[in-house]
Design a protein around this ligand. Structure first.
Ligand SMILES: [Zn+2]
Ligand SMILES: [Zn+2]
Length: 137
């Protein structure tokens, strides 16, 4: 039984629905690439299978090498620039949806933080959760 949640970019040109029950994990990522892409200290995302996410509209994507040297394709709204989700070469078939784009992000349960080694002093790692200095595992 899917539990549907909705999200969108700031201007509303891109919307999506996802099945909350399919979220495999939610994490904070403090890597430099997420910092640059978000303009903030870290990104918070929910990882879930492609089949559990339905995107309406046409996001634009660009591919960069992550801090871990793996390809990351980041999708954003070409009209307003909102970062919506990423796909990573190391976990094919999954989308990493930016939690802040959900209409109601309050239910997201963050399990851990990654790339703690590049956390900034003004956006410290959540000390109440496990963290990894780089990619987990
Ligand atoms: Zn937009
Ligand atoms: Zn990152």
């Amino acid at each position: 039984m899917a539990q549907e949640e909705r999200g969108r970019c700031a201007c509303g040109a891109i919307t999506y629905t996802l099945d909350r029950d399919a979220v495999a994990m939610a994490n904070h990522c403090h890597c430099r690439d997420c910092q640059r892409a978000t303009g903030c200290g870290f990104a918070t995302f929910c990882a879930l299978p492609d089949a559990a996410v339905t995107v309406t509209g046409t996001p634009k994507g660009y591919t960069v090498q992550s801090d871990g040297g793996r390809d990351v394709t980041r999708f954003f709204c070409p009209d307003c620039g909102t970062a919506l989700y990423s796909e990573v070469a190391v976990m094919p078939g999954f989308k990493f949806v930016k939690a802040g784009t959900l209409d109601d992000p309050s239910w997201v349960e963050v399990a851990s933080s990654m790339w703690a080694a590049s956390a900034q002093p003004w956006a410290p790692v959540d000390a109440s959760k496990p963290s990894a200095p780089g990619n987990p595992g």
